[in-house]
Design a protein around this ligand. Structure first.
Ligand SMILES: [Zn+2]
Length: 199
């Protein structure tokens, strides 16, 4: 996702994760940085359920994460598993749990566990769209890529809209946008939702 030091790109990344999660491409997502209130308003309008989760670094420093999903039970499950726990090293079990929550294909998780540095055959531009490393010869990831591309385009559209309407209150922020029609029907068995239109 490019320059991680830029607050604008972090904001776009948060919205990107929000769109992927609202569309059901990712069952649950996690932010490890804070975001402006309008992003949380957007998540609410996307019908995402959020929860804050506190983890502890090895030296005892608390770290505050925000997790969100369309599925309140999944958020609660994640919270029960990780809240108030120490950060652990990357184990095979953790990779599999995160693959389950974050929607990473099991084939990619298993290859990552065995050979974390194995090269894959994905073009670098496609790999940077993802939050998991595609396994070599992956047959699942190529089916996800169009959704990731569409979600990133949507996130950029939302961020452009917000930056060009700074005077709008959070109540009316998103009333001028509607979910793109072409997404309907291609979201992994879930119905697309018109999260940006008023109910
Ligand atoms: Zn794979």
């Amino acid at each position: 996702m490019g320059d991680w030091l830029s607050p604008a790109l972090l904001e776009e990344d948060a919205v990107y994760l929000g769109v992927l999660t609202a569309w059901g491409v990712k069952p649950l997502s996690r932010l490890e940085y804070s975001v402006k209130p309008w992003v949380l308003t957007l998540f609410r309008r996307m019908a995402l359920v959020t929860a804050s989760v506190t983890r502890y670094a090895a030296n005892g420093t608390p770290l505050h994460h925000l997790v969100f999903s369309r599925d309140a039970q999944l958020v609660e499950q994640y919270r029960a598993e990780f809240d108030q726990r120490k950060l652990e090293g990357e184990t095979a079990r953790l990779v599999r749990r995160e693959a389950y929550y974050f929607g990473y294909p099991p084939c990619c998780a298993e290859e990552y566990i065995c050979t974390p540095d194995a090269p894959n055959d994905l073009p670098p531009a496609d790999q940077t769209l993802l939050f998991h490393r595609a396994c070599s010869g992956c047959v699942v990831t190529p089916r996800l890529l169009p959704l990731y591309r569409a979600a990133l385009a949507e996130a950029k559209r939302i961020c452009r809209h917000v930056s060009s309407h700074p005077w709008l209150s959070s109540e009316t922020f998103f009333s001028g946008l509607s979910a793109p029609d072409h997404i309907e029907g291609c979201i992994m068995g879930n119905k697309a939702i018109s999260y940006l239109t008023r109910a």
